[in-house]
Design a protein around this ligand. Structure first.
Ligand code: SF4
Length: 280
């Protein structure tokens, strides 16, 4: 193994294998220090080892520009996990939700891929990336090598990740599908106010609403009454669109609606520039 590869491997181990740290450093990271007896080992350490060893289903990893929100245009490495606990009818990544696909990656492989990227930002997206336990050590690794981290989530699951921007896209009534299995399951799961309150308290967060019709504005106003701690400049309106044509139809009136309400507007630059294509 070359010297640089050895250094890289050691850095990864230090980042996501805290059992090798000193006791203080380990506890500062929120992990348990390696215990002295085997009972505690099984209770405290074994679950961590299982988490670290378990493969992660990844739908795609690619470099592109961030197409949405406050850091639009930033060159980013996108890590898209496969699997979602929701089934929006308009899902623009059905290969992570309705028909999930992907390949298995170990944390070590993911860390190497991230370290090889020269993009300053890492966007961990899905599907729902917060479904994945390993997202916590993955964000710790990204942070340890100086990447700026965005988590794109629907805000239904909380984990103690490190994130520079929590891009929460709450799912409104307009997302509910017509489906024998998923209509009620989706509707029951999509609104988790405790998680949203926690994210707003702990992270630099935005609330990014997918707007399909003018009627959605009323629901967004009602939704925000439940989160008085959110500021208007944290609220982003983004057109529901999976193609350039759909986007073009909605851009102007959604932008105007955002201005009228004192909210931010986000287009979807990746759709504008590349159309509805994977890996962009
Ligand atoms: S939450 Fe996102 S990934 Fe999941 S179904 Fe809805 S749009 Fe698709």
């Amino acid at each position: 193994m070359r010297n640089s590869e050895t250094q890289s491997r050691n850095r990864q181990l230090r980042a996501y294998f805290p059992l090798f740290d000193s006791q203080n450093a380990t506890e500062e990271r929120g992990f348990s220090y390696i215990p002295e007896n085997s009972t505690r080992f099984l209770r405290d350490v074994f679950p961590i080892l299982i988490t670290l060893a378990a493969p992660v289903q990844i739908s795609e990893i690619f470099e592109s520009i961030q197409g949405e929100g406050p850091w639009a245009e930033t060159r980013s490495l996108f890590v898209r996990t496969s699997g979602c606990n929701l089934r929006c009818w308009f899902c623009d990544t059905p290969y992570t939700s309705w028909q999930p696909d992907g390949t298995s990656w170990t944390l070590g492989q993911l860390c190497l891929r991230i370290e090889q990227s020269t993009a300053p930002d890492v966007v961990i997206t899905g599907g729902e990336p917060m479904l994945v336990e390993q997202v916590v050590p993955l964000t710790e690794f990204c942070h340890s090598i100086g990447k700026r981290i965005t988590i794109e989530t629907a805000g239904t699951i909380d984990r103690p990740v490190i994130s520079d921007l929590m891009a929460i896209s709450p799912k409104l009534r307009n997302s509910v599908p017509t489906d024998a299995v998923w209509t009620s399951r989706h509707d029951r799961t999509r609104h988790q106010p405790d998680v949203i309150h926690e994210f707003l308290r702990r992270y630099n967060s935005i609330l990014k609403f997918v707007v399909d019709s003018a009627a959605d504005l009323q629901e967004i106003e009602t939704y925000l009454l439940e989160f008085p701690e959110s500021r208007p400049d944290q609220v982003w309106l983004m057109p529901q669109a999976r193609t350039r044509e759909q986007l073009a139809e909605k851009v102007d009136w959604v932008r105007q609606a955002a201005e009228q309400h004192g909210f931010q507007f986000s287009s979807r630059l990746h759709i504008e520039r590349f159309g509805n294509r994977r890996g962009t």
